[in-house]
Design a protein around this ligand. Structure first.
Ligand SMILES: Nc1ncnc2c1ncn2[C@@H]1O[C@H](COP(=O)(O)OP(=O)(O)O)[C@@H](O)[C@H]1O
Ligand SMILES: Cc1cn([C@H]2C[C@H](O)[C@@H](COP(=O)(O)OP(=O)(O)O)O2)c(=O)[nH]c1=O
Length: 202
């Protein structure tokens, strides 16, 4: 059986990740692949309960990071690892890079602590491909303001998102073999063409 691949979508809020998930899933299905789409925080019943807590309640920064990894542990056990073991492809709207970017970059939690949690929760598994949707903060903010009620993270100030974006870009440089940075200021159709080309190589 062909082995499944693990693809993650990352970027600051409003960068355009969610817009492209269904497109990528459909593209892979036209290749005859079985695709599981999922998200973090969330992806399981427990994870969705944790999601509503971390997105709406104030809490200590380390509690926030620990809950992200607790939800991830459950997500890996219940969804991601079984799907990959079946040979399915998994597309996740955010994964561990988001914890490094938001809790590490945005909120300045020690990256060493996050490294330790990552080693604990998934010492061996990494995404095969991470699409980082990159936009300047003003573009992301204008897109969000146009569309929805903002959660705890989306209400953060510009310097939080600057630090979050910087940490994402730093990780993209650190792990060039799996990251692809997508200029998400361009029209949706142009971005989809680029993604289709990238996926041809996976
Ligand atoms: N390339 C783009 N050009 C213009 N608007 C976009 C683009 N990508 C996404 N949008 C719009 O921006 C908003 C936020 O996009 P979304 O995919 O929900 O972002 P994210 O999931 O990264 O938070 C949506 O209204 C979406 O239609
Ligand atoms: C996975 C993850 C998400 N987050 C944040 C980023 C987002 O602001 C928020 C929810 O992510 P997301 O699902 O992208 O939000 P939306 O559905 O509104 O587009 O959680 C973290 O802070 N750390 C994490 O580890």
């Amino acid at each position: 059986m062909a082995s499944g691949k693990f693809i993650t979508f990352e970027g600051i809020d409003g960068a355009g990740k969610s817009t492209h998930i269904a497109f990528v899933a459909d593209l892979l299905r036209t290749r005859g692949l079985t695709v599981v789409t999922t998200r973090e925080p969330g992806g399981t019943e427990l994870g969705e309960s944790l999601r509503s807590m971390v997105l709406h309640q104030k809490m200590h920064l380390e509690t926030e990071a620990l809950l992200m990894f607790a939800g991830r542990r459950e997500h890996l056990a219940q969804v991601i690892e079984p799907a990959l073991a079946r040979g399915d492809w998994v597309i996740s709207d955010r994964f561990t890079d988001a914890t490094f970017a938001y809790q590490g970059g945005g909120r300045h939690l020690s990256l060493d602590k996050l490294d330790a949690l990552e080693q604990w929760v998934h010492p061996h598994l990494q995404p095969d491909l991470t699409l980082l949707f990159d936009v300047p903060l003003e573009v992301a903010r204008a897109r969000l303001d146009a569309e929805r009620t903002l959660d705890k993270f989306e209400q953060e100030k510009a310097d939080f998102f600057a630090a979050t974006r910087a940490e994402y870009l730093r990780r993209a440089k650190q792990f060039p073999q799996r990251f692809r940075v997508i200029d998400s200021t361009r029209p949706i159709i142009d971005i989809q063409q680029e993604i289709a080309q990238l996926l041809a190589d996976v």
